[in-house]
Design a protein around this ligand. Structure first.
Ligand code: MG
Length: 249
């Protein structure tokens, strides 16, 4: 069931979104050669707590950290680890959120560590572009297929694999709500977007094929072919006009 939010509720979601966005920014700024993924996670945790909010990934289905930190061939759900040291040339996807006032925020971005390869840079740029192209379709009256197909088309024309096993999602009083928001689809198909819907749009794009597998820790999703993956996400509210990006600093 898709839960529409009132204006008042969307205003409350702005605070969760702002804290989520600030935490992501701080975590991203910490991406430097030599830092561990656990240290990055701690920065995000400390900031979210300092704002009187709670990290909403922590203990979600048993997830043990504030942020999912997924490096290079890791797609999503990487677990921060004090032995995982970030190196020059890595691409580091950080996905995190905060809950406050009963509402959730959720956002992600892939950050370069120092100088990255042209191929990695192109993948990250294309994925971020795909997010904003998807957001441009997030207008009341459009359908989910309009959003997904726009993301898919932008990435497929560069030869990238669009992850299908995981999707964006509704968000609000719960971190994950209906509808699920695939990063692929057909224009004009799927549920209609309505004012008051709040959704997390999150393309997960692979340098190679769309295929992924899950590591033995039962969390970390990696590319099946070992190639790179990138991930960008915003939480937005649907209106009659341009969507409101809630995860903004
Ligand atoms: Mg999400």
């Amino acid at each position: 069931m898709i839960v529409l939010k009132t204006r008042r509720e969307i205003e409350l979601m702005r605070e969760a979104g702002r804290i989520s966005a600030e935490a992501l920014k701080l975590a991203g700024q910490a991406v430097q050669p030599g830092i561990t993924t656990a240290e990055i996670d701690k920065i995000a945790y400390d900031y979210i707590i300092s704002q009187g909010a709670k990290p909403n990934f922590l203990n979600y289905n048993g997830f043990p950290a504030t942020a999912c930190i997924s490096v290079n061939n890791e797609v999503i759900h990487g677990i921060p680890d004090n032995k995982h040291i970030i190196r020059e040339g890595d691409i580091v996807s950080i996905d995190l959120g905060a809950v406050i006032n009963g509402f959730h925020g959720d956002n992600a971005a892939t950050f370069p560590c120092g100088k990255i390869s042209p191929a990695a840079k192109r993948l990250c740029e294309t994925t971020e572009e795909a997010l904003y192209i998807g957001l441009s379709k997030c207008v009341a009256g459009n359908r989910l297929g309009d959003v997904g197909s726009a993301i898919q088309e932008h990435c497929a024309k560069r030869g990238y694999g669009i992850v299908r096993d995981f999707t964006g999602h509704g968000i609000g009083a719960h971190l994950h709500e209906d509808p699920s928001v695939p990063n692929y689809g057909k224009p004009g198909k799927g549920a209609r977007l309505l004012p008051g819907m709040t959704v997390a749009i999150e393309p997960m794009i692979n340098e190679g094929t769309q295929d992924v597998r899950i590591l033995k820790n039962n969390w970390t999703v990696v590319t099946a072919d070992g190639k790179l993956s990138a991930h960008f996400e915003h939480t937005v509210a649907i209106t009659e006009g341009e969507c409101i990006i809630l995860t903004k600093c």
